[in-house]
Design a protein around this ligand. Structure first.
Ligand SMILES: Cc1cc2nc3c(=O)[nH]c(=O)nc-3n(C[C@H](O)[C@H](O)[C@H](O)COP(=O)(O)O)c2cc1C
Length: 334
C-alpha cells in the first residue's frame, strides 16, 4: 500500500509505532521496522545522550530498515539536554524524528541541518497547522482516544481527522484508537495517509516489557482508562489501577489547587516499576481506550501482516461491495 507517508519515510506499510516511555527500546523499534512499518526509539527513556547513541547503534544492529527517534517536550521534573540528544540522533544517522509535547520550533534548524524528516505529534488542528508552518514534514494527529497526552480539547478522531484533512497541506497519520485493519481503513477514509499506534504495540511478543503489562492490556476493556492531571493542564490517559485510584482521590481533594508535588508519588518513576518489574498498581502509565480492542499478543510481524491483509479485504470486499459489481471490478483492476 503506497501513501504519502510510505513514500516520505521509505517504508512498506503506512503504520508507525509511536514513541513510548520504557517501551520504545531498540527491540520493538527494530521489530516494527523489520515488519515493514516505522519503528521509533523513545529518546528520553535513555537517561543521557550517550545512552541514546548506544540504543540507536543497537537498533542499527537489529535492522537495516529505516527507524526513527521520538523527542518529547513535556513538563518534566528536570529539563533534559535536548541539543545533545539531537546531536546523538544526527550522529547516529537517524533521518526521522517524531516530536511531541510542545512545538519543536526551537530545534527545527538543528534537525533540518541533519537532513532529518520531522513528524510532529499533536492533538489539534491549530497545532498541526503551526507544525506545517515551522517546516515539519508530516503530522501525527492524536485524537482524544489516545494513550498518553490527548491535550485539553477532547476532540475525538472522527472529527479531528477530517478537520485536519481540510486544513493541512502536509501528509498526516491518524493516532489514537488505532488497533487493526478497520482503524487503518477508517483513517485512510478520513483523509490520513496512515496510522500511528501506541498501546496496541505493547501487547506484542517483541515489546520489551514485563508480561504482566501485556496480560493487563488483554484483560482490560475500553472502559478501563482514566484521565488524570487535568487540573495541571497536562492531561494524561492512563490504565486504571490502585495507584491511579489514589491519584484521582488526591485530585478530588485538592481540586483546582492541585500541584504536581501532591501527586509526585503516583506519577514520578512509575514506568520502570510497571514496565520492568511488572508492578501493575505502581501508579499512572499511559494507555489508550483502544485497549478494549486488544485480545491477543501476536508478534509484531503477525500484527502488521494481519492488518495489511485484512485492510485489503475490507477495501476490496466490504467497501467495494457498497459501490456495486462495477466498482468492485474497477478496484480489483486498479
Ligand atoms: C505506555 C505509553 C507511553 C507513551 N510514551 C510516550 C512518550 O514518551 N512520548 C510520546 O510522544 N508519546 C508517548 N506515548 C503516546 C504514543 O506514542 C501514541 O501517540 C499513543 O499511544 C497513540 O494512542 P493509542 O495508544 O490509542 O495507540 C505513549 C503511549 C503509551 C501507551
Amino acid at each position: 500500500m503506497k501513501t504519502a507517508i510510505t513514500e516520505m519515510f521509505g517504508i512498506e506499510h503506512p503504520i508507525i509505532q509511536g514513541g513510548m516511555h520504557y517501551v520504545g527500546f531498540a527491540e520493538l523499534a527494530a521489530a516494527v521496522s523489520n515488519a515493514g512499518g516505522l519503528g521509533i526509539i523513545t529518546g528520553l527513556t535513555q537517561k543521557t545522550p550517550e545512552l541514546l547513541a548506544r540504543e540507536i547503534a543497537r537498533c542499527h544492529d537489529l535492522t537495516d530498515k529505516p527507524f526513527g527517534v521520538n523527542l518529547t517536550f513535556l513538563p518534566t521534573f528536570s529539563a533534559p539536554p535536548y541539543p545533545e540528544y539531537i546531536a546523538a540522533i544526527r550522529e547516529g544517522g537517524i533521518k526521522i524524528v517524531e516530536t511531541a509535547g510542545r512545538s519543536p520550533e526551537q530545534y527545527m534548524p538543528a534537525l533540518k541541518a541533519g537532513g532529518i524528516k520531522v513528524i510532529h505529534k499533536c492533538t489539534s488542528v491549530r497545532h498541526s497547522l503551526k507544525a506545517e508552518q515551522i517546516g515539519c514534514d508530516a503530522v501525527s494527529v492524536d485524537g482524544f482516544e489516545c494513550g498518553g497526552h490527548p491535550g485539553e480539547d477532547d476532540m475525538p478522531n472522527m472529527i479531528l481527522l477530517p478537520r485536519a484533512a481540510e486544513e493541512l497541506k502536509i501528509p498526516f497519520v491518524a493516532s489514537g484508537g488505532m488497533a487493526d485493519a478497520r482503524s487503518l481503513v477508517a483513517a485512510l477514509a478520513l483523509g490520513a495517509a496512515g496510522m500511528n499506534m501506541g498501546t496496541r504495540f505493547i501487547a506484542t511478543k517483541e515489546a520489551p516489557v514485563h508480561d504482566n503489562v501485556k496480560q493487563a492490556l488483554v484483560a482490560a476493556t475500553e472502559l478501563d482508562t482514566r484521565l488524570v492531571m487535568r487540573a495541571l493542564r497536562n492531561t494524561e490517559r492512563v490504565l486504571k489501577n490502585k495507584g491511579v485510584d489514589r491519584l484521582i482521590e488526591i485530585e478530588r481533594e485538592k481540586g483546582a489547587k492541585l500541584q504536581i508535588a501532591d501527586i509526585h508519588g503516583e506519577v514520578a518513576g512509575v514506568y520502570p516499576k510497571v514496565m520492568i518489574d511488572g508492578d501493575m498498581d505502581a501508579g499512572a502509565w499511559s494507555c489508550g481506550m483502544v485497549v478494549g480492542l486488544i485480545k491477543d499478543i501476536p508478534t509484531v510481524k503477525e500484527l502488521i501482516d494481519r492488518i495489511m491483509a485484512d485492510a485489503e479485504r475490507i477495501i476490496l470486499d466490504r467497501l467495494a461491495g457498497f459501490v456495486g459489481a462495477e466498482g468492485k471490478a474497477a478496484l480489483r483492476v486498479a
